[in-house]
Write a new protein. Structure first.
Length: 605
């Protein structure tokens, strides 16, 4: 892409070749950037969740404001916690420091939007975003080579060419910022971090816990008067691992501020620079209404990924992955034509339990080495590294959002996980690690555990074992008395039936989904019907998504689905269809999609 302004930054800065987001999607990434904590430590790992920020902690702009800095935020409110009173100034300006009333130092978080997913995937947004481009700055569609996850046809070349154009449009906005600093005489005493908040807004990039979704550009511009703080020459390419969790402590260090012991990253620039990190970490959780849980770690050569819901495909069916986005539509058309190759078909298939890629030999992550005999030691080492990281940081993704919010009432999930013995993270993680690994008897034993988190993962292990529903026709219904064998032995279904009375709504919902998807018992549908009508929006969302996944067997719930959609609608004349752009929308989308798949005449939007 043609990016002369970003090139200007390189000429006066350092390029970090191995910089990584901690999540392959925006709001959890911003949560980490502004807190210096992994989103899975705060409980902010789900997209557009509403999580209390711990009273005992402060965000990066609050720390800097206490030192006398003017702080500003441009255009984004998605931090997964309330950001409202954490900044001195909110502005849509590319030069927000001009709103200072004095000569205070400033810290500005400036979101530059043209390269967002929507601009690449929606034609009208793309055209708005490139209005300033000259004909010579529009990239030749026929010169584009899509990555191997996409068929090389006119549709996919068009979408990828748009991304090149959008990067050039984004670069013009970077130029506005740099020009404003120059005009104001501030370029030579302002340190600039330029980075993306995750991978490209395309399938197999944004939302995917791969190098493609986590690897980001990072350039740090260093004014000449500050070069003594750094050990690299202008234009140098630094090969060290850098994680988003490192940004907040690094900025505080460069500003001469103490680094709170609660921050989980390390300083990667300046006189207090820590030894290079040996591993970085990433997490993938719910995105809108699509539940997921995967974790990853990587060193200088290999990336290891553990999927805890491997029965779910990479591209789940639903609104955010629908054909309204040009990239998804192009892939689906190729799929329907039968022209996808093996790599491209993987996007719709269940995931392996573990993945391992050699990023040096295989930078496109095409060859999964998880079962390679010669790579078992490497996999085992990275698996243990990931295990210890999840325990150390009290990974809240091991509980459902409704569960950890219920357990942390009158506090915050972060505080609950660190001050309460009620969060047995080691036992819950051992339960999660049963998924795809344990035999049936081990799983059934875990169903007796006193902690609902452990029981939830035992049910998830059964859900994975039964994910294809055996060889039966969807929509068939059986009682437990009629069972001989479906996708699981009869004793597993008997245990799942008992889980419909579990104290944890999340355990009930997942057990009901597992039973209903294989057509076993009407009581499972009654459980889903009860919880989808709940006034707790997190529980209702879990149930709505389960209903969508159940498919034809959920037909009897059609009247309830319409009632819940009606409950979540916004006021007449509102700009939004639903009450809000988080739980109400997500629940509505899941139920609309379920109804659409059941043949109902309903528009999903």
């Amino acid at each position: 892409a043609y990016t002369p302004n970003i090139d200007r930054l390189v000429e006066s800065g350092i390029v970090f070749n191995k910089a990584y987001a901690t999540a392959p999607i925006c709001a959890p990434s911003r949560s980490c950037l502004m807190s210096g904590l992994y989103a899975s430590s705060l409980g902010t790992q789900h997209l557009r969740c509403e999580i209390p920020f711990p009273d005992s902690l402060r965000t990066l702009p609050e720390h800097l404001a206490s030192m006398g800095y003017f702080t500003s935020n441009r255009n984004k409110t998605d931090y997964n916690f309330d950001p409202e009173d954490r900044w001195t100034h909110w502005s849509g300006s590319y030069a927000p420091w001009r709103n200072r009333t004095d000569e205070r130092p400033f810290f500005s978080f400036i979101n530059v939007g043209p390269s967002h997913e929507g601009s690449a995937n929606l034609r009208d947004r793309y055209e708005q975003s490139i209005e300033e481009l000259t004909p010579s700055e529009v990239h030749d569609r026929e010169a584009i080579s899509p990555p191997p996850y996409y068929p090389n046809n006119a549709e996919t070349r068009e979408v990828w060419a748009r991304y090149y154009d959008l990067l050039t449009a984004m670069d013009k906005n970077v130029g506005r910022i740099l020009d404003s600093l120059e005009i104001d005489g501030l370029m030579e005493n302002t340190i600039i971090f330029f980075f993306g908040d995750h991978g490209f807004g395309m399938p197999r990039y944004k939302r995917w816990l791969y190098n493609t979704g986590l690897h980001v550009p990072l350039i740090v511009h260093i004014p000449a008067d500050y070069t003594h703080l750094f050990d690299s020459e202008y234009g140098a390419h630094n090969p060290e691992l850098v994680s988003f969790v490192d940004f907040a402590p690094t900025v505080l260090s460069l500003a001469g501020a103490p680094i709170p012991p609660s921050m989980e990253g390390q300083v990667f620039l300046g006189p207090a620079k820590a030894p290079p990190r040996t591993h970085a970490f990433g997490a993938r959780d719910r995105a809108d209404d699509m539940f997921e849980m995967s974790r990853a770690t990587w060193d200088s050569q290999y990336i290891y990924i553990r999927h805890y819901m491997p029965h779910l495909p990479y591209i789940q069916e639903g609104f955010i992955n629908s054909d309204r986005k040009d990239s998804y539509r192009a892939l689906r058309r190729a799929k329907m034509r039968g022209t996808l190759n093996t790599e491209q078909r993987k996007l719709w298939e269940p995931k392996p339990v573990e993945e391992l890629y050699d990023l040096r030999a295989d930078p496109l992550e095409l060859t999964n080495l998880a079962e390679s005999p010669s790579h078992q030691d490497i996999k085992s080492t990275l698996r243990q590294t990931l295990h210890h990281w999840m325990l150390k940081h009290k990974d809240l993704g091991l509980l459902t959002e409704s569960e950890y919010m219920a357990r942390s009432q009158n506090s915050s999930p972060y505080t609950y996980a660190r001050t309460s013995e009620a969060y047995p993270v080691e036992e819950i993680l051992s339960g999660a690690e049963l998924v795809g690994k344990a035999d049936l008897d081990q799983v059934l034993e875990k169903l007796k555990h006193p902690d609902g988190g452990v029981r939830y993962w035992a049910v998830m292990a059964l859900r994975h074992l039964a994910f294809n529903g055996g060889n039966r026709t969807w929509g068939d219904k059986l009682t437990l008395d009629q069972l001989t064998e479906v996708g699981l032995p009869v004793k597993a279904y008997a245990s799942l039936s008992t889980c419909l009375k579990d104290p944890s709504p999340s355990v009930q919902i997942l057990a009901a989904e597992t039973l209903a998807i294989t057509g076993v018992g009407d009581e499972a549908l009654e459980t889903l019907e009860k919880w989808v009508a709940s006034d707790n929006p997190r529980i209702a969302l879990e149930a709505a998504r389960a209903i969508q996944l159940v498919g034809p067997a959920a037909r009897s719930l059609i009247p309830t689905m319409y009632q819940v959609i009606e409950k979540n609608l916004g006021e007449p004349g509102s700009n939004r269809k639903f009450k809000d752009f988080n739980y109400a929308s997500f629940t509505g989308w899941s139920l609309e999609w379920a109804l659409k798949n059941l043949g109902e005449d309903i528009q999903v939007n």
